[in-house]
Design a protein around this ligand. Structure first.
Ligand SMILES: *Cc1c(COP(=O)(O)O)cnc(C)c1O
Length: 478
């Protein structure tokens, strides 16, 4: 492996070097028309070996789950089994055209149908649509479904959506996009929805409540039944943010807890690769009374085989064609490989791994709410008595060979370090991470400058992260 301390040198061009050989010309040579050719092209001139090394080094600068532990809280960066990729590459699935007649793509439709059925079973719903392209897109679909439901009953005075202050930012964003008003609910000291505050907001203007369970503190909502009942009693619906389903599979089902509509993140819970912008997939599951409003088309089955149908009062399409099909194949393969017992074992192990790591990390970085956690936990990243803050800790982890956890989220913990190990990591990896965290806590007291200056091994050090995201320089200018 390349010595990471050595900055990657971009300027390796030397006049006259070439990395290509063109085959013999198989057609007569002609002069291209005026204006179609350029004398000067400012391209680097490198040998084939320089070229190969350049791109190989670039690829080694990527962090990925295939190279390092990636405890990015809320993102469920579990291992993506390679058999999923093998399935997604099957020509009969990857080479079909979305406009082919249904009779010629029965296998593709069967896979969609069976994936819908599996998701219904796993989360306890009556119907599922695979249309939305990501979790946030599923939320938007879910809120539109809630609106269509209220409107279908002539119930037009409902305008406010209740959202706990621990929610992911996409929840209020999806609500605002749907034209509703967001009302924030505080959390109590055990990290649950504050029931008193909830009751005060409950009236006939409530559209519903968006609940994340386990919530973003990694805690199971202890009053989930009461929260759902309170909302239902005032005529509202419960939206479930299903991003944290990795803690629940085979143990309990959101539909059984009182959730009316929920999105799945196939790219989190069901092991499909993500990061760097997708593609993801955020199917929505609903109860019987919301099924007519689902976005479509969805896959259905009758005596003639499989077909695509649009539910009667559908909110319409959320996406071109049928959703992110490549993700369906991977998630379906994962579910079939794991089976019901395997999925339950995955959730149990995800919770066990998180609690083990919490026990090892908390003596140095105390948790925000001291309770048994689910599949992730939130620690305080600022080190008391020093000037070391969460950001320094996260950057130092890069030097020590780990992807940093999620930081400064959830917003209710001002110095949050949100750690999600997932079930696919070994005890050895968790121990190595705990050792790194212990070392950082020591360095905070003995050598704080090394933390302020971290990361030391990356080609660029501390970036203006907002500018880096908003104005990325993606193209070599020579
Ligand atoms: C990831 C996540 C989302 C959004 O899902 P995307 O697929 O990234 O759009 C919503 N809520 C929670 C709690 C999440 O972790």
């Amino acid at each position: 492996m390349r010595n990471q301390l050595e900055p990657l040198i971009f300027e390796i061009s030397s006049p006259g070097r070439e990395a290509f050989t063109l085959p013999e010309l198989g057609v007569p040579e002609v002069q291209l028309p005026e204006g179609y050719t350029r004398q000067q092209l400012n391209l680097p001139e490198v040998s084939e070996l320089d070229f190969v090394r350049h791109y190989t080094h670039l690829s080694q600068m990527n962090y990925s789950i295939d190279t390092v532990f990636y405890p990015l809280g809320s993102c469920t960066m579990k291992y993506n089994p390679k058999v999923n990729e093998k399935a997604a590459a099957i020509e009969g699935l990857s080479q079909v055209h979305p406009l082919q007649p249904e009779s010629t793509v029965q296998g593709s439709l069967q896979l969609m149908y069976e994936l819908q059925e599996a998701l219904k079973e796993i989360a306890g719903f009556a119907a599922v649509s695979l249309q939305p392209a990501a979790g946030a897109h599923g939320e938007f679909a879910g809120v539109l479904i809630m609106r269509a439901y209220h409107e279908s009953r002539g119930d037009s005075k409902r305008t406010k959506m209740l959202i706990p202050d621990s929610a992911h930012g996409t929840n209020p964003a999806s609500t605002a996009m749907s034209g509703y008003t967001v009302v924030e609910l505080p959390s109590d000291e055990r990290g649950n929805v504050d029931l008193e505050a909830l009751k005060q907001e409950c009236d006939d203007t409530v559209v519903g409540l968006m609940l994340t369970n386990p919530n973003t503190l990694g805690l199971f909502e202890e009053h989930v039944l009461e929260v759902c009942e309170t909302i239902h009693n005032c005529g509202g619906l419960i939206y479930g943010d299903g991003a944290n389903l990795n803690a629940l599979m085979g143990i309990t089902r959101p539909g059984d807890l009182g959730i009316d509509v929920l999105h799945f993140n196939l790219h989190k819970t069901f092991s499909t690769p993500h990061g760097g912008g997708g593609p993801g997939s955020g199917p929505v599951g609903v109860t019987e009374n919301l099924a007519p409003f689902l976005p479509g088309p969805i896959a259905a089955k009758d005596d003639d085989g499989y077909k695509l149908v649009l539910p009667e009062q559908s909110i319409g399409r959320m996406k071109a064609f049928y959703g992110n099909y490549g993700v369906f194949i991977r998630a379906y393969t994962y579910i079939r490989m794991m089976g019901p017992d395997g999925l339950r074992a995955a959730s149990e192990m995800a919770v066990l791994n998180a609690n083990y790591l919490k026990a090892r990390v908390a003596p140095h970085f105390p948790v925000a709410v001291e309770r048994t956690c689910m599949h992730e936990f939130v620690s305080h990243g600022d080190v008391p008595g020093t000037d070391i803050i969460t950001l320094d800790v996260a950057k130092r982890l890069i030097d020590l060979g780990f992807h940093p956890p999620t930081i400064y989220f959830p917003l209710i913990v001002h110095d949050a370090l949100m750690i999600e190990p997932t079930e696919t990591e070994s005890k050895e990896t968790l121990d190595a991470f705990a050792v790194a965290m212990t070392r950082i806590a020591e360095e905070a007291r003995t050598n704080p400058q090394v933390l302020h200056d971290a990361p030391h091994i990356t080609p660029v050090r501390r970036l203006d992260e907002a500018q880096a995201a908003r104005k990325p320089v993606l193209c070599y200018k020579g």
